[in-house]
Write a protein that binds this ligand. Sequence first.
Ligand code: ADP
Ligand code: ZN
Ligand code: ZN
Length: 732
Amino acid sequence: MKRYFRIAIPVPLRREFDYLPPPDLQGNPPLPGVRIRVPFGRQTLIGILLEVVEETEVAKNRIRPVIEVLDQQPLFDSEMLQLLRWCSQYYHHPVGEVLQNALPVRLRQGAATTLKAITRWQLTDTGKVLEPESLKRASRQMALLTDLQQSRHGLFESELSDKHINWRPVMKRLQEKDWVRAVKENALPQGQGKSADHELNPAQQAAIKTVKAQSTGFASFMLEGITGSGKTEVYLQLIQHCIDSGKQALVLVPEIGLTPQLMARFQSRLDGRIAIMHSGLNDEERLQAWLHTREGSADVIIGTRSAIFSPLLRPGMIIVDEEHDLSFKQQEGFRYSARDLAVKRARDLNIPVLLGSATPSLETLYNAQQGRYQVLRLPERAGGASLPEIELLDVRSQKMPHGLSARLLQRIREHLENGSQVLLFLNRRGYAPVLMCHECGWHALCPRCDAHMTLHHHNTRLQCHHCGSEQPTPSLCPKCEAPDLLQMGFGTERIEEALNEQFANYPVLRIDRDSTRRKGSLQRMLNEINTGKPQILIGTQMLAKGHHFANVTLVAMLNADHGLYSADFRASERMGQLLLQVAGRAGREEKKGHVLVQTHHPDHPLFKPLQAHDYPAFARTLLEERQQTELPPFTHLALLRAEAIDDALPGQFLEQARTLLQQVNHHDVLLMGPFPALMERRAGRSRAQLLIQATQRGQLQTLLGAAIPLIENHKLSSKVRWSIDIDPLDMM
Ligand code: ADP
Ligand code: ZN
Ligand code: ZN
């Protein structure tokens, strides 16, 4: 009997490939999930064995033998292989790319699956009893020593690099004095297992009890707890329960939610070994974390989106924190939703899954209403902190030379003088979003996008936030040579400048992607905030979520209007979520918090429930709207996108795609478009899209399943870049 290897190869083709096994493995084929090196055209690629089959459609004289089998033990077990093949079908994405996406880069490149020893620095016996104060004159040595003394088992090099710039020479000095030593081990950091500082309140206890009672099989929960209600506390106890039952817990957090602060909290509270997977790791560290997960030497895996593909050896439960966060959806290539996959995977693994948020997505709320998720509620702030008052500042016809109204400036001053911190939120980095000529009206536009270039003052450059292109800021208008160029609008840099002028006696910290680019800089700023000294924080999204700043009493949203009238039907949902998340940073401990929202639409009806901290009522209004307008979660969407250098091609391709879709459309699935994308030109390419909407998920899937092979084979498909986005979140 002849056998063939059916292999997933990382190429953008929606099919599997058959090969001949190497002669020595004819009788004893490897298990599905191993890596196999194969010839592909003129290259050699690494694919994954999907199955061994007895028949193939490839002609005898065309089938080629594989080059070598790379693994003894499969990288994917059958659960994972099944999940990934399901993903490939559901998201209509090439199976080879889906599988590739689920592997650490090193493994894609063929690295061996052996755990390596990693260096950890720990104190010697003399180092342990040393008074850090005695190093007062060598402050960097003192800082390192203090950190090491606070850790129970020493610190890994990556942890040190996160917190201290250029720590190696300093460490060397400590080593010369015989206060520290380096040990090489292949173990993960062990959490310290400290107990909670407080008794859990009844709502927390009830939530924990409900989940624990159903922890031996599939069960799905939505944990809806207002900001500061102690959700993280609930996670910690459930994770510990999972560890104590000998199982692994997988915790997904948003990209920017993976703050050092949150990590420190997990490390100090959990009694177990913790693997961390996020984009800040290097390839080797990622590989090690993956291996620890697979070998079972990690009890807890905390990671961003792609951690959903962690190879769990003893799966116990999955938690998705801030489940409404957009970063759980991959926006390019294999466009999966890690949140949705968490529920799917928990079902496959027969374990519980918990989706937590103060502001759950409408999708999740709807699922809960439909009885698909059990609802757990934490309706009050833990530890007695009260919710901040949310006040709207009507800025219509107000003079705002710095983007800050006089009322706001006055309130900032009051809070600072009371010894508190103030946090200002503005979702726009850079100095000014538009540069315009006062003489002729010329605008600085990106040469490659339909978008303005943002002025970045500190490097005096113009930067496009959509394609990254940059140029020096002109000193004269390029069109009429007038010198009078107006900087219009406000970004975080400009607000920072204004604050420095207005409040010369208080430090101003700006936290955005630009100011935190250097490794360790975010941590340094967070440390600075945690000193509690009165100061002003100005930042973007990065400041909005997850942080616990004890001494922030005033939070202001500088511009809330963008979300009220937008072409994107999800904009108002996001505005509300953001407003409550930002508000959630105020008054988290004893001091009462205040929130100010600058708006030109103080009478907008959506503000009412938000001011009352009534997210459920806010969401009900939006859900009714979505139902009336037949939008998700009441219908299901897919977005077919196309782009090309040539202006006409994307539209032409999508017209053809529409015809093909219509030919196999037996359920009256709605086809809308093609339309030009909201930003028609981006990075030098013209973009268009076709929206596909169905009342039943199954109908959408059937249609796409039948049409995509036809679209793929159409001659125009090779002339454009096209993609399909299932359950799209970004409609731009
Ligand atoms: P969330 O994750 O919902 O924002 P956290 O778990 O971070 O809330 O809790 C907010 C704050 O309240 C933290 O400082 C936490 O230590 C504290 N806290 C949590 N649960 C309790 C409790 N039962 N009693 C007192 N304080 C608590
Ligand atoms: Zn001009
Ligand atoms: Zn651009």
